[in-house]
Design a protein around this ligand. Structure first.
Ligand SMILES: [Zn+2]
Length: 204
């Protein structure tokens, strides 16, 4: 009897540890939540990176996805493993300092630069969903305007950040999925301009 109880206690501790392990917020998730929260203007923004189990069943081709609760309030954003991995590598590898490759044929850019640009825009986009924006084209338009701020948060110099944002916007106008395609309101002085008082675009 005593042995059985001890075994049960060990099993229970194991289960509790597993649950804690999969639900704990990693340092990267905390950092991403802080950056997204500063854009969404909420201090309870939550970003999740897929666990090793979820990674195995990942099917979405999108970089991220924000979950809304039954009342339609944004709950948390989940990023793809590749996007999380890029942010995890950023402190060590550093933000690309030379983005001249974006000027000509951007396919010449190295893989790291491409990964970082994609990750920056995904986080920027999901942050707007966390702010309560459900419409994809609107979230995209706002995201282009905060891409530079996100890039700077992760170590880009202001001039690199501006060039990254301008490049991402130039790609966005060619979006293949109609619901993500930005409208004519997405321009300097347009209805979706976050800083209509400034001429700078897309960054403030
Ligand atoms: Zn979206």
């Amino acid at each position: 009897m005593y042995e059985a109880m001890r075994l049960l206690a060990v099993l229970l501790a194991f289960v509790v540890f597993q649950v804690w392990w999969f639900h704990r917020e990693t340092p990267t998730e905390k950092r991403l939540a802080a950056v997204a929260g500063s854009i969404a203007e909420r201090d309870d923004a939550a970003i999740r990176c897929p666990s090793i189990w979820r990674r195995a069943v990942e099917i979405s081709s999108f970089g991220g996805n924000t979950h809304f609760d039954t009342e339609g309030k944004p709950d948390f954003a989940e990023l793809r493993h590749e996007v999380c991995a890029t942010f995890e590598d950023l402190p060590e590898k550093g933000f690309p300092s030379d983005v001249d490759c974006l000027l000509g044929d951007a396919s010449r850019c190295d893989g790291w630069t491409k990964d970082v640009l994609f990750a920056v825009h995904v986080l920027s986009h999901e942050a707007w969903h966390l702010a309560g924006v459900r419409d994809e084209a609107t979230a995209e338009c706002y995201a282009y305007q905060t891409d530079a701020a996100v890039a700077e948060e992760f170590g880009a110099t202001p001039s690199v950040a501006r060039r990254v944002a301008a490049y991402l916007l130039s790609q966005g106008t060619r979006s293949t999925l109609p619901e993500y395609r930005i409208s004519s309101d997405c321009r300097s002085g347009g209805k979706l301009d976050l800083h209509p008082g400034t001429a700078a675009w897309p960054s403030s």
